[in-house]
Ligand binder design. Sequence first.
Ligand code: GLU
Length: 377
Amino acid sequence: MAVTRLIDLADAAACPRVVVKIGSALLVGKDGQPRRDWLAGMAGEIAAMHARGQDVVVVSSGAIALGAARLGLDKGGRGSLPDAQAAASVGQIALAGLWSELLGAHGITAAQMLLTLEDLEDRRRYLNASSTIARLLAAGAVPVVNENDSVATEEIRFGDNDRLAARVAQAAMADAVLLLSDVDGLYDRHPSQDGAQLLPEVHGITPQVRAMATGFSSSGMGSGGMVSKLQAAEIAERAGIALAILNGTHDRPISRALDRGVGTVFLPRRRDRARKAWLGGRLRLKGTLVVDEGCVKALREGKSLLAAGITVVEGKFERGDAVAVCDASGMVVAQGLAEYSTGECQALTGRRNSEQAEILGYAPRPAVIHRDHMVLL
Ligand code: GLU
């Protein structure tokens, strides 16, 4: 069984494990106070999912918005990184308390997990987070995850919880991610335009689908928006995970949207093996290898990336770092772990394997990116 339609998201057999992402604007009112009634309803929805046998992981935003009100910071606490970090640390403790209380009212134990981008991009830490989530779920708890905003600096931040939710879904080995938003789903053009149609199902995120996402604006409270939702959908798709955008602004929004069939579900077309899916979802790439046409063809046939196919090396990376592989037009064709540093790659650019020992002064590794450490996009 797998998710093939929106309604399957409510089916424990088709969708035994779900990540529910809740944005700041749903959790926190304009006055900076938690929307308690709505949240109590959401806790009820999570309890109902639990009761029908679904494991639930919550990705909850709202820390910055809640903390900003308490500290009296302007711009919702998002005026500067130090403001956001201070607001997050004040807001997070309140947020965790709310979840613990509201889920507790249904006899469910809430567990807090604060993660940074690095925790999920480093393979060892990712596996650690993954096993903690698995243990919590096995014990019947609901992990409530947020970005650890109070320590995450600009360059190592997710910044939006949409992509965090997709990465958490991978780590949780979830079947689906529900992104609760302030719109019904993805429309074929801006929803305010005449004749705009909601897309119930999307099979593959094509350039046309991406074009539909631009022009959407977010509430101004969170940092998401349709673009980050599509990026999240791409990460999920590669990992074989369905991702749905549902309107969260109503009471009990999940059952409402699923009962009425209103929302957009992005259906996965493939399921990369776990390690490759993790690699393909990596957000922080240290450099780019531009390769020629022959090399692109070889990669698509499942070959490793050889130095002879490289034309340009960009960025600053060391052996083991994740890099993008682009064709001459700049389109990213693959992502993988480099066997060589930037300097070594530059020295080897366009050269045959037989020349490498002489150039480097030591016995070379046969590929610049081995196919086992590479995922085609
Ligand atoms: N982690 C942020 C918070 O808790 C929210 C990020 C987002 O806007 O998606 O406030």
